[in-house]
Write a protein that binds this ligand. Structure first.
Ligand code: PLP
Length: 416
């Protein structure tokens, strides 16, 4: 089975660890109400070592955004947070939970990210009394670095807080910093991370805020309900089972049944409505992912190079370019084409499931009905990108033979 998501980041060891943690959490919750924090401390220390400052672990990436904004004091509807429209709804949810206002910024022409020019346009639109732009969230879409050095200078000029969201780009480096390529996050005032499904560090759920200025005082967070954590811990096993039985026709039935029973849900929908902290079990999963990060990045690069070399002379225009390969985390390989849905349905008929593309619309909410603040047509380049983008998988389960199958099918589709 070839799919962009559905437990694509879980090794067999990861699945076994999640099963063990499921039982430990279940039994532990019956015996004691004082949960262990050893893995959480270890994870915090690793993040402090990489970025400096003070770390708050959270149960979700959107919790991290909420905590970041509350701690900076951006809690009024007149506090505008600029963020790009080519994104998922979870970012808006974090901003709204802090009671601030999202100000939508377009992406650069033919780019995956906002630029200084699109930020300036949004700033002129939103920075009007009584509204004040307070901060910028930079997302580095699909692991492709935005022009962060220029953005940092622009934020400094306007005295805005720079929040880098490294959910999709942990481990990537700046493209525009000259010869000494700085890790993304090193120019930020505050960094937010998600360890949610299909992110660079995929621990099923989780997040973190890193305040590089340690004098700020973040709120103390409670733990999420144990039932939710237990459900998270079943996800690696369920996805492993679905993948293992897909070729004999069972996987699809198991997937549908688990979804109907509410045991697997859409990752855009958070089971919590306020920020909570990261349980130790999920921190343990995040640590295992961090351990394999260099190896995974090397693999992604190999697959991305393969797509770049093999997908030429067809009406598919790569957004993952040769010059980004050494910098990007390459969470997914991206390109644009007219009518991507037709191509993706053709691939699906050949057992290649890539319809879960980032993003199908500005402020994408999947099949859920989210009441977004995004105003239709306000960011035309983001809309054009969402209408034309496809993502190809680079995750650890994709082999060169599978990448070959994908490229052959794409070429066949365009030959028709
Ligand atoms: C860039 C980015 N930041 C934050 C989030 C929110 O993550 P979570 O689902 O863990 O709340 C997402 C989720 O898709 C994301 O893509």
């Amino acid at each position: 089975m070839i799919s962009a998501s559905l437990g694509a980041h879980y090794s067999f060891r990861f699945v076994l660890l999640s099963i063990r943690l499921f039982w430990q959490t279940l039994i532990g919750s019956l015996l004691t109400n004082k949960p262990s924090t050893t893995a959480s401390k270890q994870l915090e220390n690793q993040l402090i070592k990489k970025f400096g400052g003070q770390v708050i672990l959270t149960y979700k990436g959107r919790d991290a955004i909420q905590v970041a904004l509350i701690t900076h004091g951006f809690t009024k509807s007149s506090d505008v947070i600029l963020t790009q429209a080519f994104a998922c709804y979870a970012i808006e949810e974090g901003i709204l939970r802090a009671r601030a206002k999202p100000g939508y910024t377009d992406v650069g022409k033919g780019q995956l990210n906002l630029t200084v020019e699109t930020l300036q346009q949004a700033y002129e639109l939103y920075h009007q009394h009584p509204q004040q732009v307070r901060a910028v969230i930079v997302q580095h879409s699909l692991g492709h670095p935005a022009e962060i050095t220029k953005i940092k200078d622009w934020c400094d000029k306007h005295q805005l807080v720079l929040i880098e969201d490294l959910a999709q780009s942990y481990g990537a480096t700046a493209l525009d910093g000259g010869s000494s390529s700085k890790p993304l996050g090193s120019l930020a005032d505050t960094i937010v991370l998600s360890f949610g499904r299909d992110k660079v560090i995929d621990a099923v759920s989780g997040g973190a805020v890193i305040f590089r200025n340690s004098s700020l005082t973040p709120p103390t967070l409670d733990f999420p309900p144990t039932a939710m954590v237990l459900k998270d811990l079943t996800y690696p096993f369920f996805t492993w089972l679905i993948r293992a039985t897909y070729s004999i026709g069972l996987g699809k039935i198991i997937h549908k049944s688990l979804t109907l029973l509410g045991l697997m849900n859409n990752p855009t929908q958070s089971p919590t409505t306020q920020a909570t902290t990261l349980p130790n079990s999920l921190a343990q999963l995040a640590l295992l992912q961090l351990k394999n990060l260099d190896q995974t990045r090397f693999h992604r690069q190999k697959i991305a190079i393969f797509y770049l070399k093999n997908l030429t002379n067809i009406p598919l225009h790569p957004l993952t370019r040769a010059e980004t390969l050494d910098h990007a985390s390459l969470l997914r390989w991206a390109a644009t084409t007219d009518h991507p849905k037709k191509l993706l349905h053709f691939l699906k008929r050949h057992q290649v499931h890539l319809t879960d593309r980032w993003y199908r619309s500005p402020v994408d909410c999947g099949k859920l009905n989210c009441a977004t603040n995004y105003e239709s047509k306000s960011c035309p380049q983001a809309e054009q990108l969402a209408d034309t983008i496809i993502n190809l998988p680079t995750h650890p389960k994709i082999t060169i033979a599978q990448a070959q199958k994908i490229t052959n099918l794409i070429k066949k589709y365009f030959k028709k």
